[in-house]
Design a binder for this molecule. Structure first.
Ligand code: NAP
Length: 860
């Protein structure tokens, strides 16, 4: 409808912003599903990023066969790529072809800039306004605006003064630019700069590149589409595309399985050379499992890249300047280059290292650095984008109660799955923050999001529902999960656009999701299968919500669980005793060893019935040290003095204490109270003999994990009752404190998180007759009084059957006036708390443990 003032007012089911790769497919998909939709596009044609970025040398950096739509096999047959990495004009032609083939243009309004989008709660619809005052209303509003579409402001002083020509790679003139005979400056050496510099150098009389941060780049080795690649796809296209959807990055490559340093040096070199020669972004990073998590491995491959640069550049200073050194490899997108480095061997090229000689100002005629004044006819800015969030918040988007998205995202974007935002019903982002997006083949991620959104709209329509909105809890849970994953990697170290660090003032938050396309797809499917977990769905007949967090296990804990599951081992409790002990032993053999300590010595001490083995861990620092008597876990049935070796080393080093891990008699051979008697006797003996062991006399704490935590606190109770020895503190890690199996944590975490309900029952059955379990020496939570116990640090894990009894014990001690610090570790399981150097997401809790032990050692 046209209003009196000439503006347009139109209603449709779905309003889409953007007619790039995402917007086009979304339009097609919506239309096929029977929705009316309109796409509003700023450009005067389709193409999105491929419409704007027309700079010389612009190409995709994922092979074109993969960087294509896969939703229609006929489309794939009709379009042939001429090159392995197609140029921008060819990709634009492809997207134009798609728009025409599916007759999409009739639902696209070009040259239309969206300014505002308001959620009208009463009408349950979005009201969208454009720069020219046209208005659109729709039940759903989708931002398909791309991750790298809003150019970053050129933050170089004096930029407005230059009287020559200025160009931006991300808004390149359609008619192209002829640099023949021109003196050209290029600022920026990211993917865009690295692609355009060699081609500009072919024309320019002089090219000067202003480099702030050198980048890692591999040769593209572009050429015709690789025959073997084509054959693979054609042999079974469905399988090929499915493999891409189920891969880490949206390209069918296996995940690297071996850590870098477990591979022989010659084989490492061979893999790196092969990956480098292939000319592909993902092969090198997939060659090993730990390149983005292990700084040493990353550093070794960095050096490989630097040596490649050094070998190419004739001037040693220029070579060093071009070597990336400021950030770990892959934590900014690896660039693919063609003749980039060689350009700096040309006589008319020059590199200005802005770290040494920063730009003072752009002037009327050129650029002044701190060292010289340079004159130019043209300046090219290849300075990047306000990535992932910039284009979204550039529109004034207001959800419930008029709250603006920009404000909600002021401290960094919050989104559920990168798809929807709490407080913004019926609003979707395609490849939004918190989804794999820029860390994946965008074609695959776009299709997955579009399909998910369309499936969701169909579901709402079928169920007679009108709105969908992420809950606060689900969104918070997802944001935590996204950050947890990023924190396991080296990515947060870099000042990259992934971190928002390239735009002054932008909050420093990791923007995409690094768990992988495969993992992410599973998450989105799980959400649907669990009745749209974490979404509130409403209609005229009311609303319903299965609220919850879709991934609450910490990612590295999940990796450990997956690894254990892959071993397909029989449950310990189903095995004969000896076999169970062997299996546990075998499982601990391959653990990360834990930190180096000053000295480890094994010995025995007299127990009440027999000698008891112990292992002593001494710090490197000069003694005497405070002493911590440690009791290992293993359900009173398994384990020995060195079975918690990595954790004992950790405590020794981090708390700077002498750790003495004492073995005790195990059940069922020596049932309750044998272990208790041994533990108490050992503490008494160590208290008396502390000095001869190199410990401080009178400064003794106890610690234990699981059943060992049970023994540690039982010893505290006994020493309290029997008048000694003096214990300065107790560290109880996921302790067994009671024999009650009816707690919520026992039912919620009965299976699937390492320690199971059945295993715990087996431990108890081996250890203690039912008639004796009320004895506080077995179930310390049942003690008449806990008053007067030493200060305690109690750590419980959220996903542990023992969680509630640990929590109850901490609360009971606190109620009895004991000084207690209690942490319930979210997303952790029974075994992960002590998994030093394996489950790094528990590092914070472990630090709290070691701090507590250090503090205990000062109480004497
Ligand atoms: P970018 O990676 O953010 O690179 C911008 C460059 O400009 C960096 O070298 C940056 O230096 C420099 N820069 C920014 N502000 C500056 C200033 N004030 N003074 C001096 N230097 C400044 O941007 P991009 O190259 O456009 O690439 C962005 C992303 O787009 C890529 O990572 C990639 O994902 C995608 N892309 C892909 C292709 C492809 O091959 N398909 C091509 C182009 C872009 P610092 O590093 O020091 O900030």
């Amino acid at each position: 409808m046209t209003n009196n003032n000439g503006t347009i007012n139109q209603h449709c089911d779905v309003i889409v912003v953007g007619a790039g790769m995402a917007g086009l497919y979304l339009l097609h998909k919506l239309r096929s599903a029977g929705y009316s939709a309109i796409a509003l596009e700023t450009g005067d044609d389709v193409g999105g990023t491929w419409y704007w970025n027309r700079y010389p040398g612009a190409r995709c950096d994922i092979e074109s066969l993969d960087y294509s739509y896969s939703f229609d096999p006929d489309l794939e047959k009709e379009w042939q790529w001429s090159e392995r990495y197609a140029t921008q004009p060819e990709i634009l032609r492809y997207l134009q072809f798609v728009a025409d083939r599916y007759d999409l243009r009739r639902d696209i309004r070009f040259s239309t800039l969206v300014k505002q989008a308001n959620w009208d709660e009463g009408a349950a619809q979005w009201n969208v306004t454009t720069a020219t005052g046209d208005t659109f209303t729709g039940q759903y509003y989708v931002m398909a605006t791309g991750c790298l579409s809003l150019p970053k402001e050129p933050d170089v002083p004096g930029v407005e003064r230059f009287s020559g020509a200025t160009y931006f790679t991300n808004a390149w003139p359609h008619e192209g630019v002829d640099f023949t005979g021109k003196r050209v400056a290029v600022i920026g050496t990211g993917s865009s700069g690295i692609q355009c510099i060699p081609l500009i150098a072919e024309q320019a009389s002089q090219i000067t590149v202003f480099q702030r941060t050198a980048n890692y780049a591999a040769p593209a080795n572009n050429g015709p589409v690789r025959a073997e690649h084509q054959q693979k796809l054609q042999a079974d296209r469905d399988a090929y595309r499915e493999a891409a959807r189920g891969s880490r990055a949206g390209v069918p490559l296996p995940r690297g399985e071996e850590p870098f340093f477990t591979v022989e040096p010659e084989e490492r070199e061979r893999r790196l050379e092969a990956g480098f020669a292939l000319g592909d972004l993902l092969t090198i990073s997939s060659s090993f499992s730990d390149l983005v998590t292990n700084p040493e491995a990353n550093n070794a491959v960095q050096e490989f890249f630097r040596n490649k640069v050094r070998a190419k550049i004739s001037d040693p200073q220029t070579a060093e300047d071009l070597c990336a050194k400021d950030f770990p490899l892959f934590t900014k997108r690896l660039c693919l280059e063609t003749n980039y480095f060689e350009t700096f061997n040309l006589p008319h090229s020059k590199l200005v290292n802005l770290r040494r000689t920063p730009i003072k100002s752009i002037t009327e005629t050129g650029i002044d650095s701190t060292e010289e004044s340079m004159e130019f006819d043209a300046i090219v800015f290849a300075t990047g984008f306000d990535a992932m969030t910039g284009a979204i918040v550039a529109v004034d988007i207001r959800g419930c109660d008029g709250v603006e998205l920009k404000d909600v995202w002021a401290e960094g974007p919050k989104s559920y799955l990168g798809l929807n935002v709490h407080g913004f019903p019926n609003f979707f982002t395609i490849t939004g923050p918190g989804s794999p997006s820029v860390l994946s083949n965008m074609a695959v991620s776009i299709e997955q999001h579009v399909n998910w959104i369309t499936t969701t709209l169909n579901h709402l329509r079928k169920e007679g529902l009108q709105t969908i909105e992420a809950t606060y809890a689900a969104q918070e849970g997802w944001v935590t999960h996204v950050n947890d994953y990023a924190d396991l990697t080296l990515y947060p170290v870099a000042n990259s656009w992934y971190m928002g660090a390239n735009v002054p003032g932008k909050p420093r938050v990791f923007l995409p999701y690094i768990g992988g396309v495969d993992t992410y797809r599973q998450v989105c499917n799980d959400v649907v299968e669990q009745d749209y977990l974490g979404f509130e769905l409403s209609g005229s007949s009311g609303s319903h919500c299965n609220d919850g967090v879709v991934r609450f296990v910490k990612p590295d804990v999940q990796m450990v669980l997956d690894l254990i599951a892959s071993l397909e081992q029989a449950p310990l409790e189903s095995l004969p005793l000896e076999k169970a002990r062997q299996q546990m032993e075998a499982n601990t053999a391959n653990r990360a060893p834990g930190p180096e300590v000053g000295e480890i010595s094994d010995g025995t001490l007299p127990g009440p019935f027999c000698d008891l083995d112990y292992r002593l861990y001494r710090p490197t620092t000069e003694g005497p040290h405070s002493v911590v008597v440690y009791f290992h876990g293993g359900g009173w049935v398994l384990g020995h003095a060195s079975s918690d070796d990595p954790f004992c080393r950790y405590l020794c080093v981090e708390s700077n204490v002498l750790v003495i891990s004492v073995n005790y008699r195990h059940a069922p051979e020596a049932p309750f109270p044998a272990a208790v008697d041994d533990a108490y006797a050992a503490v008494n003996w160590i208290a008396i003999n502390a000095e001869s062991l190199g410990g401080k006399s009178g400064s003794l704490a106890v610690a234990g994990w699981s059943a060992g935590g049970n023994l540690a606190t039982v010893v505290c109770q006994m020493s309290q009752k029997q008048g000694g020895p003096k214990i300065s503190g107790q560290l109880l890690v996921a302790p067994v404190t009671d024999c009650d199996f009816s707690t919520t944590s026992f039912s919620d975490n009965a299976e699937g998180y390492g320690l199971t309900r059945n295993l715990m029952q087996w431990f108890w059955n081996n250890y203690c007759a039912v008639s004796e379990r009320n004895d506080p020496r077995a179930s310390p939570l049942r003690a008449e009084s806990l008053a007067g116990l030493p200060p305690a640090m109690v750590i419980t894990a959220e996903l542990d059957p023992l969680r509630d009894e640990g929590n109850a014990y901490a609360a009971a001690m606190q109620a009895a006036g004991v000084s207690v610090k209690h942490i319930q570790a979210p997303g952790q399981i029974h075994t992960s708390l002590t998994a030093v150097d394996t489950v790094n997401s528990a590092n914070g809790v472990r630090k709290a443990m070691s701090d507590a032990v250090r503090i205990f050692s000062n109480y004497h």
